[in-house]
Design a protein. Structure first.
Length: 320
């Protein structure tokens, strides 16, 4: 357990440093703009390209893994949505945001660095696939459901075009697609380009975690949602458990891939959930509180998940 805590300390330490820096300097949210641009458009895309481009193409076409992972995420999404409508009497639009709070983890900012440190290079490919395909699905599902809820009144063709544009041109998707292409062709960029990619990839985790801490500091806890218990339970307990059960049931998936998916499923709610809520003007303060509270609670739950993995308590029978 001491080794696990030592592994997690730099991650939550960087978040804390960002949080404290934001409180001390008291700069506005605009000051974070260029760092977020660097993270989203340079550092993380370089990391995903690096992970994918160096992987055999056969490992990049694991539909069994991709479909099962997404099915587990959206099964929990449906569960939280139903709880919002039936248990908490939330509106259709509010239930959509609550469901994202329970199913959309911080896979982009926290996932790659933590999984690679905890599980090694074997986690590289599943992490890249999860980040790429899960984000793509969220980019599709969010506007589609908000249109059904009446929160997006654009004409259907205009909405569909915007969804296609966001998915096709997102830096994570583009960099992963470029990695697929390089892996399929069996080549590599020139040494100078690879060196630049390595520099950018190494900056991804520290910058992303620092920015996450700043973001949390700039969104103080003003309103604790009554639904937070349901959402936190779903995000930090039910989703990783469902992910493990689903991947083990399908079978034939390597242990490192299963453990990577479980670890990413156990991450706290993504800040993108607040971005979605802000974009549509629905459940904004409570979405911000959900990101903060699940992040704080994950300080206790993530060590437990890592302990279960490292102690061999999440076995995958017959698969190395």
């Amino acid at each position: 357990m001491a080794a696990i805590l030592a592994l997690l300390l730099p991650f939550f330490g960087l978040i804390l440093i960002g949080f404290v820096a934001a409180k001390v300097t008291r700069q506005g949210a605009d000051a974070l703009g260029w760092m977020n641009t660097f993270i989203v458009y340079a550092a993380l895309p370089a990391l995903f390209f690096k992970l994918v481009s160096r992987t055999p193409i056969a490992d990049l076409t694991r539909l069994d893994f991709i479909v099962t992972q997404l099915a587990a995420v959206y099964a929990v999404y449906a569960l939280v949505f139903a709880a919002g409508r039936l248990l908490h009497r939330a509106s259709f639009a509010e239930s959509i945001i609550q469901a994202f709070g329970g199913a959309y983890g911080n896979i982009g900012y926290m996932g790659p660095g933590l999984a690679l440190l905890a599980l090694g290079d074997a986690a590289a490919v599943p992490v890249a696939l999860i980040v790429c395909f899960e984000n793509a699905m969220h980019f599709i599902v969010a506007p589609a459901l908000m249109a059904l809820a009446g929160g997006d009144r654009r004409p259907p063709l205009q909405l569909a075009g915007e969804v296609v544009r966001r998915v096709a041109l997102h830096p994570f998707i583009l960099s992963t697609a470029a990695g697929f292409l390089v892996a399929a062709l069996g080549g590599q960029p020139p040494v100078a380009v690879l060196r630049l990619i390595d520099y950018l990839a190494q900056a991804a985790a520290p910058c992303a975690l620092f920015a996450m801490g700043v973001t949390l500091a700039l969104r103080p806890l003003r309103r604790v949602p009554v639904e937070i218990g349901t959402i936190t339970l779903a995000k930090l307990v039910i989703l990783p458990a469902a992910m493990y059960a689903a991947l083990r049931l399908v079978g034939g998936i390597e242990a490192a891939w299963v453990h990577a998916a479980v670890l990413l499923a156990a991450l706290p709610t993504a800040t993108n959930v607040f971005v979605i809520s802000q974009h549509y003007g629905v459940w904004q303060e409570r979405a911000s509180a959900t990101v903060l509270i699940t992040t704080l609670v994950s300080i206790a739950t993530l060590p437990l998940v890592l302990y279960l993995i490292s102690a061999g308590l999440l076995p995958i029978e017959g698969v190395p």
